[in-house]
Design a protein around this ligand. Structure first.
Ligand code: GRF
Length: 197
């Protein structure tokens, strides 16, 4: 059984998809803990699904590095095989990358390397492109520039707003994430190998 710690900042809708998938006895992974950098709405999913939660509030630490060190301690307690950043809206400091990468993966609502950063959906709309996408990457010390695990194109439709487009991207992010977790658990995807190439 692959053990996952999932880190969030928001509603955790991608996390919910992972929790639903792992409710199936056949699914080879389990979310062993949910963590957040703030009082995220998605932490409520812990109670709903009977999964422990923790919070390492970014604002409670003097700087990013000390926050990162506290996050490492909390995550390590759960001995995860993979740490999933599922809408964690913070850049993690290098110590976090050193501690967990390549077993540290991130979903992103754009077709990387297009539109990296915190506003991938808004930036795609602003650029007037006719297609964007969803990506799943290994986290490294760049901003959304790590090795790409999987990605898929999604059209931008006339009249799309940030929220309508994001609503169509998220289900694709979920599908890519769940498939990757399956592939890692079944040894069809080797993150070490991917990060080396
Ligand atoms: C996802 O699109 C993720 O890629 C982005 O934030 C969203 C998370 O949404 N960084 P949710 O918290 O899973 O609903």
């Amino acid at each position: 059984m692959l053990k996952l710690v999932v880190l969030i900042s928001g509603a955790g809708s991608n996390l919910r998809a992972l929790l639903d998938a792992s409710a199936d006895a056949e699914f080879p992974a389990r979310v062993v803990a949910i963590g957040a950098d703030r009082d995220a709405d998605g932490l409520a999913l812990g109670e709903e699904y009977g999964v422990p939660t923790f919070s390492v509030p970014f604002t409670a630490y003097p700087d990013r590095d000390s926050w990162g060190d506290a996050l490492i301690d909390e995550v390590r307690r759960w001995e995860p095989d993979v740490v999933v950043l599922s809408g964690l809206m913070r850049l993690v400091p290098p110590a976090v990358v050193d501690a967990f990468s390549p077993n540290l993966i991130n979903t992103h609502p754009a077709y990387l390397p297009e539109f990296p950063g915190a506003h991938g959906v808004r930036d795609a709309i602003a650029a007037g492109v006719t297609q964007t996408g969803a990506s799943l990457i290994v986290v490294d010390n760049s901003v959304d520039g790590g090795p790409i695990i999987a990605q898929e194109r999604i059209p931008v439709l006339p009249g799309d707003t940030e929220s309508s487009l994001h609503d169509r991207i998220k289900p694709v992010e979920r599908r890519l994430l769940i498939q990757a977790v399956l592939d890692i658990a079944n040894s069809h995807l080797d993150l070490k190998e991917l990060a080396r190439s």
